[in-house]
Design a binder for this molecule. Structure first.
Ligand code: PRT
Ligand code: ZN
Length: 283
């Protein structure tokens, strides 16, 4: 039985639970306990605060964890990142009051910076030879400059609206972050095998994300042009229709270029276009 630590509540909770569900790991969450066992996969889920996840994995309390890369980097615990999960994206940035002219990294020399991420900031400042005073606060870091607690901040930025609301501007991006799957440095062989199966499933879920399965009827005379604009996994599947002179074409399209390609397909005479969601894709 593999144990995975996940955020009990907060920004990463929902997407984490969705990823497990889409990987067909069934969990009975009716009565909310700290530890929940899956009914169809050798996995149990331990619900923790995100701050505690890196240590729980490093000490072996859990075998795996899903946590923000920022939190994992800050805690400097002995564990490994096995997969980047593509959600919970944000960046860790330095920001200063918006009416102050920024002159480059040297601006921070001798300045006071408020943050909840002192290790990452200290590393960054040391690498750049800047001596700054790091002031650790937890929560509402963005108000520190306006109440005179610091000259600047180092914090998570996502849309940037928190900075704008507090009359701050982002001047340096120090790190990009997303949710990551982390694992204990060494796992017994049978646990590694369960992890490999879980990763295989997660990859199939991720590969299907933003992809659509598209079916359409195409006059044979236009087949070549239609096939020419379809990417497909290998090449599109083409099957004759009962009606003479027509074929059915099946392919996989990326949501990003979807509408553009559909428009061209219509122009090439494609009809009866059906668009289906893909649950999983094994490439
Ligand atoms: O209770 P627990 O300790 O588990 O949770 P928490 O409150 O410490 O963390 P939580 O749930 O807020 O965030 C968990 C993880 O989500 C973080 O470690 C990041 O990896 C990721 N994440 C992604 C974010 C954001 N986006 C984010 N926008 N975490 C925090 N924010 C905050 C940020 O601190 C700032 O106050 O949102 C504000 C900025 O947002 P914008 O959109 O205004 O720029
Ligand atoms: Zn936290």
């Amino acid at each position: 039985m593999l144990r995975i630590a996940v955020q009990a509540k907060g920004r990463l909770h929902e997407e984490t639970m969705r990823l497990l569900e889409e990987s067909d790991v069934k969990l009975s969450l009716a009565k909310r306990t700290l530890l929940v066992q899956s009914s169809n996969f050798p996995l149990e889920v331990l619900f923790l605060r995100d701050d505690d996840i890196p240590q729980s994995v490093a000490t072996g309390v859990a075998d795996l964890g899903i946590v923000g890369e920022n939190e994992f980097a800050e805690k400097q615990e002995d564990a490994r990142i096995v997969k980047r999960l593509g959600f919970g994206q944000c960046r860790l940035s330095l920001a200063i009051p918006k009416n102050i002219e920024y002159t480059g990294l040297g601006w921070f020399e001798g300045k006071k910076i408020a943050t909840s991420y002192p290790s990452i900031l200290k590393d960054f400042m040391e690498r750049n030879g800047i001596h700054a005073e790091i002031h650790v606060i937890t929560g509402s870091v963005e108000v520190a400059p306006s109440i005179g607690l610091a000259d600047s901040i180092f914090d998570i930025v996502s849309s940037g609206s928190t900075l704008v609301n507090n009359h701050l501007k982002e001047v340096e991006v120090v790190m990009h972050s997303e949710a990551v799957l982390v694992a204990s440095k060494s796992l017994p062989q049978e646990k590694e095998a369960v992890l490999a199966e879980l990763l295989f499933r997660m990859e199939a879920v991720k590969a299907a994300e933003n992809k659509k399965y598209v079916l359409m009827n195409v006059p044979n005379a236009r087949l070549e042009e239609v096939i020419g604009i379809l990417p497909g996994m290998k090449s599109p599947t083409v099957m004759p229709l009962a009606q003479e002179g027509w074929s059915s074409v099946h392919t996989v399209l990326d949501e990003g270029c979807f509408w553009e390609i559909i428009r061209q397909l219509k122009a090439f005479g494609a009809q009866g276009i059906l668009v289906l969601s893909i649950e999983k894709m094994i490439v």
